[in-house]
Design a protein around this ligand. Structure first.
Ligand SMILES: NC(=O)c1ccc[n+]([C@@H]2O[C@H](COP(=O)([O-])OP(=O)(O)OC[C@H]3O[C@@H](n4cnc5c(N)ncnc54)[C@H](O)[C@@H]3O)[C@@H](O)[C@H]2O)c1
Ligand SMILES: CC(C)(O)[C@@H](O)C(=O)O
Ligand SMILES: [Mg+2]
Ligand SMILES: [Mg+2]
Length: 347
């Protein structure tokens, strides 16, 4: 554990300097880690754990993602099982089904969560809104969470590059007296960058806010709004797309990812700096009421209920894919296909 100053606020964080992979393996040496669900987080976490020398099996229903698990070297009947079989065999159950899927399977699988086992999540959803999900674990098991603050796809990519995705961790139930140590061990095992402490409630509400806000929803809304205004005033798709998206991803975002927003600003013209400094507060004033509305919709459980209702429908995947196709077919993103093709590295 290291005490770090985050903008004037001291926080306790854990990195693999304080908690080595070797220590993590020692903590979990008697565990059979069962990764349940092989969608996006499942592959990243299962393969990173396997590469880090942990004892891992996978549970996944038949279908495309089961086939993907086989292609990744998980062997049916040896390291790849049905969901129920994997939970019976596992002692450290990583519940990485979709959040709606976790609700659907809970009545069938809770019987296998016997004393001494650990139930692990990568999102606080099921537990935080258990009045809506019905997920109430038996009180004689540990319930922990390590929530990667990024895609499972990136968790795997960055792990293979010797890097990592920052993760939060939390303990909901500590029946063994060692729940926090187990949470830290699995966090290091899945390839966390640094681990910061949270609670299931705080992770669930901040995560739903982030993905509906700056990380995904608000980003798409911002890009569409600016692109449309530029196009409605006669700017070409190339000009509108480069001015709205391509320059952000290829030039400016790497700069502010590297050394902060002021660094990015300082690497732009004084004309740009003046204007951006003048307009940032105006956008903040316009957006903050929407952000407050979003947070309230998350905190009251409204957003969780929408997700449960919609993603529990049999055709949820088809409906999501149809909406993603509608996004893909917007002019902004069709223009982006051509712009990306024209990148020097693609020619
Ligand atoms: N996607 C991410 O990168 C990411 C990042 C951080 C946290 N999380 C959390 O990790 C967990 C897993 O997320 P994900 O995006 O990998 O999940 P996902 O949506 O990819 O689904 C994972 C698997 O769940 C299975 N599934 C869905 N409904 C089912 C049902 N009714 N019965 C049986 N199996 C079912 C599917 O076959 C799928 O392979 C969630 O709690 C999510 O909030 C995800
Ligand atoms: C990757 C995200 C958006 O951070 C995650 O929270 C998710 O739900 O997929
Ligand atoms: Mg999320
Ligand atoms: Mg998230």
């Amino acid at each position: 554990m290291a005490e770090m100053n985050f903008g004037g606020v001291m926080e306790t964080v854990v990195t693999n300097k304080e908690f080595s992979v070797e220590k993590a393996r020692e903590v979990l040496k008697n565990e059979t880690i069962a990764v349940i669900g092989y969608g996006i987080q499942g592959p990243g976490q299962a393969c990173n754990l396997r590469d880090n020398g942990f004892n891992v099996i996978v549970g996944q229903r038949e279908g495309k993602t089961y086939e993907k698990a086989k292609a990744d070297g998980w062997e049916p009947g040896k390291t790849l099982f049905s969901i129920e079989e994997a939970i019976q065999k596992g002692t450290f159950i990583c519940m990485l089904l979709s959040d709606a899927g976790q609700i659907a399977v809970w009545p069938k699988i809770k019987q296998y969560l016997t004393p001494g086992k650990t139930l692990y999540y990568s999102h606080g959803f099921a537990i935080n809104w258990q009045d809506r999900t019905g997920v109430v674990p038996p009180n004689d098991i540990d319930v922990v969470m390590v929530a990667p603050k990024g895609s499972g796809t990136s968790l795997r990519t960055l792990f293979r590059e010797g890097r990592g995705i920052n993760c939060s961790y939390a303990v909901h139930q500590d029946a063994s007296g060692h729940a926090e140590e187990k949470a830290l061990a699995i966090g290091i095992g899945i390839g966390a960058g640094y681990l910061f402490k949270t609670t299931f409630q705080r992770e669930a509400t901040s995560d739903l806010t982030g993905e509906r806000g700056s990380l995904m929803g608000a980003m798409e809304g911002l890009f569409e709004a600016q692109y449309e205004v530029l196009r409605e005033h006669g700017h070409s798709p190339s000009e509108a797309f480069n001015e709205t998206v391509e320059e952000m991803t290829q030039s400016l975002m790497p700069l502010f990812g590297e050394k902060g927003m002021d660094w990015m600003y300082a690497n732009c013209s004084t004309t740009a700096q003046r204007g951006a400094l003048d307009w940032a507060p105006r956008f903040r004033e316009a957006i903050k009421p929407v952000m407050e509305w979003l947070y309230l919709s998350v905190k009251t459980g409204n957003e969780a209920q929408i997700s449960i209702d919609r993603n529990s429908q049999p055709d949820y995947r088809e409906k999501l894919n149809a909406e993603l196709e509608e996004m893909r077919n917007k002019e902004i993103w069709r223009a982006g296909v051509t712009v990306r093709k024209l990148r020097p590295e693609n020619n």
